[in-house]
Design a protein around this ligand. Structure first.
Ligand code: ZN
Length: 293
């Protein structure tokens, strides 16, 4: 009897897990927040791998041989507009001609002109670091996240039409959460427009644009500022009453602390590449808002 029940049960289990088990779509993305977005839309139908792992610098990234091997078997690459993709994608097309590449940043209105100033990294690896003049940190905007999710929906539906209904439902749920987050942040920053905050690496430009904040970068041309720039930064930060300095774990704390000591501000660590995207955006926003007058 027990055996019979067990076998019926087993049969049901097999029935409730159709062919999709072990046959998820292998999707590659550039940075951890994209993994979050892709999983929100793709759910259990996708298996997402991130190229730039926690603690790595996406501006000087080079894939490991093992990553290239995995990429040669991937089905889909969701690019995001980072400079390393420009040299990587043509190589990927060669080793994996069947790979679909979908620009997840398509349709995002990019912040222009910050590039030369903040992202002109020295070319240590012999490849192109030119961003084409725009701020690549699109994943840190709530509105931009919605556009990225919509692109992911299009890419997944195209690759896996059988999952269309599932993807649309997931996308709508996620979009509703994004809208809620947006109203929450709008409320948080109401009356605080014009608030300036310092960041070592300027990764929060899209958040700043949306809620009328002013992101001021400490680094210059991707490097520590010169002593004269630092002095100018300190006096302007004093003048503007800046009370909050954000640093990311990928960059050094030293300069931020020198400035903080001079202007009486707090140094807060916020990761612009966290995979727990939603929680992280909320934390970053609250940190900036708490220091506003
Ligand atoms: Zn960056």
């Amino acid at each position: 009897m027990i055996k019979k029940i067990a076998s019926v049960f087993l049969g049901l289990l097999i029935l409730s897990f159709p062919a999709s088990v072990g046959a998820e779509i292998s999707v590659f993305v550039s940075v951890p927040p994209q993994k979050y977005f892709t999983e929100q839309v793709g759910g259990e139908r996708v298996r997402v791998s991130v190229l730039v792992e926690k603690g790595q610098d996406p501006h000087t990234f080079e894939p490991l041989p093992a990553q290239m091997a995995a990429l040669s078997r991937a089905k889909l690459y969701l690019s995001i507009g980072l400079p390393f993709e420009r040299s990587l994608l043509p190589r990927l097309r060669k080793i994996n001609p069947g790979l679909r590449v979908f620009p997840a940043d398509r349709g995002v209105e990019k912040i222009m002109g910050k590039d030369e100033e903040h992202h002109g990294h020295t070319d240590e690896h012999g490849h192109d670091h030119d961003h084409g003049g725009s701020d690549p940190h699109v994943w840190n905007g709530v509105r931009e996240a919605g556009i990225i999710a919509e692109n992911i929906l299009a890419a997944l539906t195209d690759l896996d039409p059988a999952g269309a209904e599932h993807y649309v439902r997931n996308y709508r749920n996620f979009k509703a959460r994004l809208d809620k987050l947006d109203s929450e942040l709008r409320e948080l920053f109401r009356g605080k427009e014009g608030t300036a905050f310092l960041v070592f690496h300027p990764a929060w430009g899209y958040l700043a644009r949306e809620y009328g904040l002013d992101e001021v970068a400490i680094e210059s041309e991707g490097k520590e500022p010169k002593a004269s720039d630092l002095a100018a930064l300190i006096s302007s930060a004093k003048e503007r009453g800046i009370k909050s300095i954000l640093i990311s774990p990928q960059f050094s704390r030293r300069t931020a602390e020198i400035i903080a000591g001079n202007i009486g501000a707090n140094v807060e660590t916020v990761d612009p590449l966290a995979e727990e995207w939603e929680e992280n955006i909320r934390a970053a926003a609250h940190t900036i808002a708490a220091a506003a007058k």
